[in-house]
Design a protein around this ligand. Structure first.
Ligand code: KIV
Length: 259
């Protein structure tokens, strides 16, 4: 059954954790969907994880549209969230046009990075029937390097009121990135919409991981990531085996040839 924002919100009320993973391509989205993931995020992390860019800031609307379409072609049930890339939500009209483009590519919701200052843009999108996911804490588009936010009382208070402001403006989901456990717990209790954590402890209403990190495709291991597979090693071994089999003429053997 297709996951909707209402069903995701009901999970918060029922205390059922919400699952989200990023995907950027058809086969990965298909496997995630078949595995029963609640939501797939076509994140702008596509830039560094899939396209070889040095930073998320290089990701364009054309990149997001292409990858959102690929994911959408694979998905039957999962709720698809797509990122508005760097500069894509500079003003309300531009944000609406870009959001509409991603919705036309199959996204159910668009995600916008930024704290309280993004409230007017989120309100404009919500008034135009776009489901919006806010994203606070560490924002890769806006902050130069990863760090924990909200460690001091002043910034923690700013994040709590910022989250409330974004929800009042119409955000229906909110990603909390790199916040201390206790602060995520407070924000999750304070806002009516589901919070989805990354590097923000287990008190959030749901969790998201970048697919390359959780599958062990990334070379770097971040503290907030558990590797659920060692895909890079498995791929390396498979490629070596193939190279050896071709070189030794073992492949293709009779089983894979026609007489
Ligand atoms: O682009 C992305 O992958 C994200 C997650 C880190 C939440 O925004």
């Amino acid at each position: 059954m297709k996951m909707t924002i209402d069903r995701i919100t009901q999970k918060k009320s029922a205390g059922i954790p919400i699952t989200m993973v990023t995907a950027y391509d058809f086969p990965t989205a298909q496997v995630l969907d078949e595995a029963g993931i609640d939501s797939i995020l076509v994140g702008d992390s596509v830039g560094t994880n899939h396209l070889g860019y040095a930073s998320e800031r290089e990701v364009t609307m054309d990149d997001m549209a292409r990858h959102t379409s690929a994911v959408n072609r694979a998905v039957r049930d999962a709720f698809v969230v797509a990122d508005l890339p760097y500069g894509g939500a500079d003003n309300a009209e531009k944000a609406l046009a870009n959001a509409q483009r991603l919705i036309d590519c199959g996204a159910d919701c668009v995600k916008i990075e930024g704290w309280g200052e993004k409230a007017d843009i989120i309100r404009h999108l919500a008034e135009n029937d776009i489901v919006v996911c806010a994203h606070i804490g560490y924002n890769p588009q806006l902050h130069d390097k990863p760090q924990i936010f909200g460690k001091d009382a002043g910034q923690a208070a700013e994040l709590i009121s910022g989250a409330q402001t974004l929800c009042d403006a119409g955000a229906k989901l909110i990603v909390l990135e790199m916040l201390p456990n206790g602060l995520s717990r407070k924000i999750s209790a304070a806002v009516p919409v589901p919070t989805i954590g990354i590097g923000s402890g287990n008190a959030c209403d749901g969790q998201v991981l970048v697919v390359n990190d959780m599958l062990g495709l990334s070379k770097k291991l971040f503290k907030h990531v558990y590797r659920f597979a060692n895909q890079r090693e498995k791929m390396f071994e498979a490629f070596k085996d193939y190279i050896d089999a071709v070189k030794s003429r073992e492949f293709p053997g009779d089983d894979h040839s026609w007489k």
